[in-house]
Design a protein around this ligand. Structure first.
Ligand SMILES: Nc1ncnc2c1ncn2[C@@H]1O[C@H](COP(=O)(O)OP(=O)(O)OP(=O)(O)O)[C@@H](O)[C@H]1O
Length: 240
């Protein structure tokens, strides 16, 4: 195995009854990589993410995290092995302060006193320390997205999966998000599903395009975004 490889999907497939949502996908991401997954609605991106994070068990194929198969492991164990997934934070967090919520997230991997320190450091690093005493439920949408990201980052995962993190953010928040995402690749890797092409062009090195459950094209952002096959699937014209 290549030591630099953080996660590898091998021939990964997910069938829901007669629908093959993900169809034999191979994808590898190394330490230091920032990978974007794009593709039209229903292409299989979310289903693929759910298989990487253990929310869905693949119909067939394998997922190796740091060289170890994680298929069939509970999502909580995969998280402890170093995978962080940004999901919508459950409403139970709405009544907690930002500091407390991020502290609880850090406490997944650290004892309480260190978790508090880590939470404070994470909020500082993300430029949202001023929100520490605010209730999560009172935050504006974009601020809440950054707090949710802080909850993912606080336990210091090696791999961070983000599903449409820029949705609904202001321009300034998107800028901050882009900086943070790039910074996260210093200690690990990030995979992002995103529809915002400007955001993708700003941050991505390699883009993987999904279509109908398969990888259509993979390569540097500029080349992929100007590829005729990619334009066709977004416009609903099938090349094949
Ligand atoms: N739990 C499920 N049961 C049945 N079919 C499903 C299920 N989840 C997803 N699908 C189907 O699998 C296919 C891929 O869906 P998926 O949500 O992974 O696509 P996506 O690329 O994330 O789309 P979007 O960009 O709209 O979020 C779709 O045809 C969808 O209807």
């Amino acid at each position: 195995m290549n030591e630099d490889m953080l996660i590898e999907a091998r021939n990964l497939t997910m069938r829901f009854g007669g629908v093959t949502a993900v169809d034999g996908v191979d994808l590898s991401v190394r330490y230091g990589e920032l990978r974007c997954l794009i593709g039209p609605n229903g292409a299989g991106k979310s289903t693929f993410f759910k298989m990487l994070s253990g929310q869905l068990r693949p119909s067939s194929g394998d997922v190796l995290l740091k060289g170890r198969s994680i298929v069939g492991m509970p999502a909580s164990r995969i998280a402890r092995l170093g995978l962080g997934l940004k999901t919508q934070v459950p409403s139970v967090f709405a009544g907690l302060s930002v500091g407390k919520g991020v502290g609880l997230a850090a406490g997944r991997t650290l004892p309480p006193s260190l978790a508090r320190q880590r939470a404070a450091a994470t909020l500082e690093r993300m430029g949202i320390a001023h929100l520490r005493d605010r209730l999560v439920g009172e935050l504006a949408h974009g601020q809440r997205q950054l707090v949710e990201l802080a909850m993912v980052v606080a336990p210091q995962p090696d791999l961070v999966l983000l599903d449409e993190p820029a949705a609904g953010m202001t321009g300034e928040e998107v800028e901050r998000l882009a900086d943070l995402v790039v910074e996260l690749t210093r200690s690990g890797a990030v995979i992002i599903v995103e529809h915002d092409m400007q955001f993708i062009q700003r941050i991505a090195r390699i883009v993987t395009v999904f279509n109908r459950g398969k990888v259509l094209v993979e390569g540097p952002a500029d080349a992929v975004l100007s590829d005729a096959r990619v334009r066709d699937v977004y416009l609903g014209r099938e090349a094949a």
